[in-house]
Design a protein around this ligand. Structure first.
Ligand code: G3P
Length: 217
């Protein structure tokens, strides 16, 4: 996944499930397949990946293949066409031990990882883990209309703290991101992209919003 990155998390939104996820993926592919990646439900990875855009799982479990009814293995999402996975999203938090097992299992399968952190302190704690991106998302702004970039110190402190520990780690920010201006601000503050959901998924005109966002890169 290239930077600057616009990672769109489809969550479990009805507007981005099944064939609607495919339609959105086609739109993203036609607008900027180099810089947009989608995280979708495990059940949609196969059909969305056939569109030809980078697709991630929203989560993988640490379970090995075999006796693990209902769990989602890294092998399975890889085989379905995913190139990566989100982990530890605010809506799917993991205990540290389980998180490290998930990271190890995802990396055994060469999946790129976006590891979510709730603030700059947590981002710093995660800086040396074997992941590709740390995405800082303040939980109170998720799903709302106020962008994470209205907290500029949170963005710049996260970047500063992570890079001080690991200059190679890439930092994304998310929550409330909806416009080109939000992306421009995030990049100005040192982030290498954004993680967003409702701004695109719930938009009345997804194409218009995507064009505006890509304009900010
Ligand atoms: O993973 C993205 C996310 O939690 C942010 O959601 O709707 O505020 O863009 P949203």
């Amino acid at each position: 996944m290239n930077t600057p990155l616009i990672a769109i998390n489809l969550k479990t939104y009805a507007e981005a499930t099944g064939e609607k996820a495919v339609a959105l993926a086609k739109l993203c592919e036609s607008i900027d397949k180099e810089h947009i990646a989608l995280a979708c439900q495990a059940t949609d990875i196969n059909r969305v990946s056939s569109v030809g855009i980078d697709v991630m799982a929203e989560h993988v479990d640490s379970a090995k293949q075999g006796q693990g009814t209902g769990l989602v293995t890294p092998e399975a999402v890889k085989e379905a066409g995913a190139v990566g996975t989100l982990l530890n999203h605010s809506e799917h938090r993991l205990e540290r031990e389980e998180m490290e097992k998930c990271i190890e299992r995802a990396k055994e399968n060469n999946l790129s990882i976006i590891l979510c952190a709730e603030d700059d302190k947590e981002a710093e704690e995660f800086a040396n883990l074997n992941v590709d991106f740390i995405a800082v998302e303040p939980p109170d702004l998720i799903g709302g209309d106020v962008s994470v970039t209205t907290r500029p110190e949170l963005v710049s402190d996260s970047v500063k703290k992570v890079k001080a520990k690991n200059p190679d780690m890439k930092v994304l920010v998310g929550a409330g991101v909806k416009t080109k201006d939000d992306i421009v601000k995030a990049l100005e503050l040192g982030a290498e992209g954004v993680l967003l959901a409702s701004g695109v998924v719930k938009a009345a005109d997804q194409e218009e919003v995507l064009n505006d966002l890509v304009d900010g890169l």
